[in-house]
Design a protein around this ligand. Structure first.
Ligand code: KG4
Ligand code: ZN
Length: 377
């Protein structure tokens, strides 16, 4: 089965062609194209939804055409994937041909996300589904972050799709969400807990802004933390010792703004603050995720979302498991599939193939899981 997948939930416009063969235990990515409007949002230090939606409209067709062409690059001699795609008639015709002949179905993120951005992907996918007569699979963006773990290629973290894949504990840590799930089967999950306020990535981005770092700040905070590798500063890890699976990161922002108000911010101090922020946020993520694994007697953890690209988070998980002598395996996607991308949407749709008539699909901006459970599962 080969799927064209589309992702437009926020400021990235993504299209990918993914495939899974019955004989293989992973999802193969034939192309994965992402256009981003992050440079625009860096100017304002955060996303302005209306701007993000306008950029989605400009990018959606070129990105889809490009993903289709790249999925057959040898055939169409498209060996310069980084070059801007010039949408001439011949290329559009070739993309039409590929979609008609080689694609079995279309998958699209229908939520959660920014409504304006979501609508661009959803309406485009519905139109393509209708015009090309292809089944359409609506995909929940957050669940797809975890299914990025099933994308293959050479990776230490590859999570093979097999009879023993489930159950696993999934930790989604992105710019908009922090959620802990127990995945019982490919389509059955239980929500264990999540953030009460800011998401982990959101906290990193907002703290980065206080420190004068570029938006989004997660990767820069990681880079700076790596430069010191220790810190004399300690920020309180929020809700570390509570018996629930809740998280709360908005207080950290206040704590840090109070802390820096009295200080002269040198480069060294900023780096140490970055290290200390990571420590505080990661400690609670790791403690509660491992507690969930112990409580439900589950020996596999899958991470997903932009913050899961962070090496220290991945390493600290492993270290904690080793120190506690636990028999738990941690998986995380290849880094380019941790942050928003369309390949993960396709991965979810391949493993959870549930087409819905295009007419019935609507954009669902609501950040919770209940609408999904009520509607399609
Ligand atoms: O999953 P994602 O691309 O978008 C959402 O669905 O929100 O996540 C974006 C978030 C941003 O907050 C960004 O700062 C964070 O992921 N991020 C990182 C790293 N790379 C991206 N956080 C920590 N370390 C990183 N290396
Ligand atoms: Zn995301």
């Amino acid at each position: 089965m080969r799927i064209l997948s589309i992702e437009t939930s926020c400021d990235e416009t993504g299209a990918a062609v993914v495939e899974k063969k019955d004989s293989e235990q992973f999802v193969r990515v034939l192309s994965n194209v992402t256009a981003t409007s992050v440079a625009l949002h860096a100017k304002t230090g955060g996303i302005i939804p209306e701007f993000a939606a306008r950029e989605q409209i400009k990018a959606i067709i070129p990105v889809i055409v490009r993903a289709l062409l790249e999925s057959e690059k040898t055939r169409f001699n498209l060996n310069q994937p980084q070059r801007r795609l010039n949408l001439n008639e011949k290329k559009v015709e070739q993309a039409n041909f590929i979609l008609r002949k080689n694609i079995d179905a279309i998958a699209v993120t229908h939520g959660p996300g920014l409504i304006g951005s979501l609508l661009v992907g959803v309406e485009t996918a519905k139109t393509l589904s209708f015009a090309f007569d292809k089944p359409l699979i609506p995909v929940h963006h957050l669940l797809a972050h975890l299914f990025a773990n099933f994308i293959g290629e050479i990776s230490n973290f590859q999570f093979p799709v097999s009879n023993s894949t489930f159950p696993f504990i999934g930790l989604i840590v992105s710019g908009g969400h922090t959620d802990l799930l127990l995945f019982e089967s490919v389509s059955e999950f239980k929500w264990l807990g999540g953030t009460r306020d800011d998401a982990a990535g959101e906290a990193l981005d907002k703290i980065g802004r206080l420190l004068g770092l570029p938006y989004p700040a997660g990767a820069e905070i990681e880079r700076r933390a790596n430069m010191v590798r220790k810190s004399s500063i300690n920020f309180k890890s929020p809700l570390l010792n509570t018996e629930d699976f809740d998280f709360s990161f908005s207080g950290l922002k206040t704590e840090i703004s109070r802390f820096i108000a009295k200080k002269h911010l040198t480069e060294r101090l900023i780096n140490e603050i970055c290290y200390a922020i990571q420590e505080a946020i990661f400690a609670v993520l790791i403690k509660k995720t491992i507690r969930a694994a112990k409580l439900y007697k589950i020996n596999k953890l899958a991470l997903g979302g932009g913050v899961s690209a962070n090496n220290s988070l991945r390493e600290l998980f492993k270290l904690k498991i080793k120190n506690e002598k636990l028999k738990i395996k941690v998986f995380a996607p290849q880094k380019n599939y941790s942050t928003d991308n369309a390949a993960m949407i396709g991965s979810y749709a391949l493993l959870n193939y549930k087409p819905v008539l295009w007419k019935k699909i609507t954009a669902e901006p609501d950040p919770y899981f209940d609408w999904l459970l009520a509607k399609f599962v």
